[in-house]
Design a protein around this ligand. Structure first.
Ligand SMILES: Nc1ncnc2c1ncn2[C@@H]1O[C@H](COP(=O)(O)OP(=O)(O)O)[C@@H](O)[C@H]1O
Ligand SMILES: [Mg+2]
Length: 508
C-alpha cells in the first residue's frame, strides 16, 4: 500500500481538490458514518470511483452520528484512517455537521454518491438527502446511486458487538422477531393525522447557570457565582411542541397569569402548528420555575417557583369550561398533563373525562403538590402514564412490587391501557387482557432528565389512541425517553427524524 497522506481537515482538502479539478480531474464524493467498514462499502466505493477520477470520502464527526446508543463505536479519527487505508480512496475528511451539505459546498464534487436505499429520499424535503441533492446540483454536479446490496454497519454491529447490557440484548432479540423498523416507522406515520388537544399547567423553566465557590463565612450555605441563564417553554408548552412534531393538528389550552404573562415569549417558542386557547387569571404571574444549576455537571442546586397554585378565580374557570366544552368534541386525542398548579379543578377534570373521545392522563408529583395529586382523582381515562413515585403515591405503597400497583390504578380508572415510567429502569406497560410487559432502556447517556416523562406521554398518547400494541408503545416511549434525557431542560423537542434514525439503528 502506498504510504500517502490522505486525511485532511476539510478546508485544506477543498484547496487540494480545487487544484485537481483545474487539472481536469472529475471529483466523486461519498459520505457517511462508516462505523464498521464492510464488503458492501467496498462495492459502493468501487462503483462510485468509476464515475470519476478522484474519490473523496467524507465521514460524519462523532457528535453528529445519530445512530442510537453506543454509536459510533469507532471515533472519527479511526473511521477516517480506516477509509484512508483503502487504495480505492484518494482523500478523506471529517465533516463536522449534521449533513454532507457543508462538505459538498466546499468540495463541489462532480458526482455525489449514495446507496440506492437513499434514492427515494431525494424528493422528500425533510431529509438530508434532499438538501444534499440541491447542494450538489447548485454547483453543476449530479447525484448517483450505487445498486450494491445494502447490509448496514448497524445490523453487523448489533449482531457482533455488545452494544447493550445483556437484559436489553435479550429483549431486542425477542422484540425484533415481532416488529421490524418499518413497523415502528409506519406506526409513527399513522398518528400524523390525529387531532390532538393538550390541556395542562403552563410552566416556563429558567436555568440559571452558576459555579459554586464555597461556604459563606456567616452561614452554612454554598455561595455561587452567576454565569448565565436561559429559559424554556416547559410544562404543557413542551408537551404541545413534542406532539406537534408527530401530529399536524395540535391545540393547546392553558392559563396564563396576568401579573407577568410571558405570552410573547411563549408564542415565540411554540411550533407553528400549535393552535392556542389561553385563559388568564389576574392574581398571579404565569408559573416560572427557576433552577440554579451547576454549570459543570448540570446538577440542580436550588429551585424557586414563582406561581399561585390555589384554585383559579371562578370567572377564569367559567371561561376555561366554556372553551373546553367547545373544543373537546372536536379532537381525537386529549392529553391532560396535570401539575396541580391551580389549573385543573375537579369540575374541569370531570368535564374532560366526560367529553373526551380518547383521554390520556398524567398527574405530576412535584415539590408543591406531593401526595395531593394522585392520578386516581381522574374518574376515568383511556391511557394512564405516570412515573413510579406517582404510582406509589396513588396507591400509597412505598415498597410493594409495582406490577399489581399498576394493575390496580388502571382498574380504578377503568383505563384499558397504562404505563409506569421508571427512569433508568425503562417502563412497564399494561393492556387489559394482555398482562404486563417490561421494556428496558436502550441508552445510558444522560444529560438532564427534566421533562423525560412528559415527552414520553406526549408522543405515546397518540400512539395508544391509534391502537398500537402496548409493547410497541413502550418501545417507542423509551426511544423518546432516550432522546429526551440528552436534551438540557426543554431546550428542544424530541423530533421525528432523529427519533426514527435511533429506532432504525436499534432495530437493525
Ligand atoms: N436515567 C435514565 N436512563 C435512561 N433512560 C431514562 C432515564 N431517566 C428517564 N429515562 C427515560 O425517560 C422515561 C421517562 O422518565 P421518568 O424519569 O420515568 O419520568 P419523569 O420524568 O416523569 O419522572 C423513562 O421511561 C426512560 O425511557
Ligand atoms: Mg413526569
Amino acid at each position: 500500500m502506498e504510504n500517502k497522506k490522505k486525511v485532511y481537515p476539510i478546508d485544506e482538502l477543498a484547496t487540494q481538490i480545487e487544484a485537481l479539478r483545474k487539472d481536469g480531474k472529475r471529483i466523486v464524493q461519498c459520505h457517511g458514518c462508516f462505523d464498521l467498514l464492510h464488503a458492501g462499502h467496498l462495492k459502493h466505493f468501487e462503483t462510485a470511483k468509476k464515475e470519476g477520477d478522484i474519490l473523496v470520502v467524507t465521514v460524519t464527526s462523532d457528535r453528529f452520528v445519530n445512530k442510537g446508543p453506543g454509536r459510533p463505536v469507532f471515533p472519527h479519527q479511526i473511521r477516517a484512517e480506516t477509509l484512508a487505508a483503502l487504495d480505492l480512496v484518494d482523500f478523506v475528511a471529517v465533516c463536522d455537521s449534521p449533513s454532507a451539505v457543508h462538505a459538498i459546498e466546499l468540495l463541489r464534487p462532480d458526482v455525489y454518491v449514495k446507496g440506492k436505499n437513499y434514492a427515494d429520499k431525494c424528493n422528500d424535503v425533510t431529509t438530508n438527502t434532499f438538501e444534499e441533492k440541491q447542494a450538489v446540483e447548485q454547483y453543476g454536479g449530479r447525484m448517483f446511486f450505487t445498486l450494491e446490496t445494502v447490509f448496514g454497519s448497524s445490523s453487523l454491529l448489533n449482531q457482533y458487538f455488545e452494544l447493550y447490557p445483556r437484559e436489553v440484548q435479550l429483549f431486542l432479540e425477542d422484540f425484533r422477531k415481532r416488529y421490524s423498523a418499518e413497523d415502528v416507522l409506519r406506526a409513527l406515520e399513522g398518528i400524523r393525522g390525529l387531532k390532538v388537544l393538550v390541556v395542562g399547567d403552563a410552566v416556563v423553566d429558567e436555568y440559571h447557570y452558576v459555579s459554586p465557590m464555597g461556604r459563606t463565612s456567616k452561614s452554612n450555605i454554598v455561595a455561587s457565582r452567576f454565569l448565565s441563564d436561559e429559559s424554556f417553554a416547559g410544562g404543557i408548552f413542551a408537551c404541545a411542541n413534542h406532539v406537534a412534531g408527530f401530529c399536524d393538528d395540535v391545540h393547546l389550552v392553558t392559563c396564563l397569569g396576568l401579573r407577568d404573562t410571558k405570552e410573547g415569549y411563549i408564542r415565540q417558542n411554540l411550533k407553528s402548528n400549535v393552535k392556542t386557547s389561553f385563559v388568564y387569571r389576574s392574581d398571579c404571574p404565569t408559573t416560572v420555575k427557576r433552577r440554579y444549576v451547576d454549570r459543570l455537571n448540570l446538577s440542580k442546586l436550588f429551585e424557586v417557583y414563582f406561581f399561585e397554585d390555589a384554585p383559579m378565580p371562578d370567572e377564569t374557570e367559567d371561561q376555561l369550561v366554556a372553551t373546553l366544552e367547545k373544543l373537546l368534541p372536536e379532537y381525537d386525542v386529549v392529553i391532560s398533563l396535570d401539575y396541580a398548579h391551580g389549573f385543573l379543578s375537579q369540575r374541569t377534570i370531570n368535564l374532560i373525562v366526560e367529553r373526551s373521545k380518547f383521554l390520556a392522563v398524567n398527574t405530576q408529583t412535584n415539590a408543591a403538590n406531593i401526595g395531593y395529586n394522585p392520578v386516581v382523582k381522574y374518574p376515568r381515562a383511556d391511557y394512564v402514564c405516570i412515573d413510579e413515585p406517582e404510582l406509589r403515591l396513588a396507591t400509597r405503597d412505598r415498597f410493594g412490587a409495582i406490577e399489581p400497583l399498576l394493575t390496580s390504578v388502571v382498574e380504578k380508572l377503568q383505563s384499558p391501557k397504562g404505563v409506569v415510567t421508571r427512569g433508568h429502569n425503562g417502563c412497564l406497560v399494561t393492556e387489559a387482557g394482555k398482562g404486563l410487559t417490561h421494556i428496558p432502556v436502550m441508552s445510558q447517556k444522560i444529560v438532564d432528565t427534566v421533562g423525560a416523562g412528559d415527552a414520553f406521554l406526549a408522543i405515546t398518547a397518540p400512539c395508544v389512541a391509534s391502537g398500537l400494541p402496548m409493547e410497541l408503545v413502550g418501545f417507542i416511549g423509551n426511544a423518546v425517553g432516550a432522546k429526551a434525557v440528552t436534551i438540557v431542560g426543554n431546550r428542544e423537542s424530541v423530533e421525528p427524524i432523529p427519533l426514527i434514525q435511533t429506532i432504525k439503528a436499534i432495530m437493525a
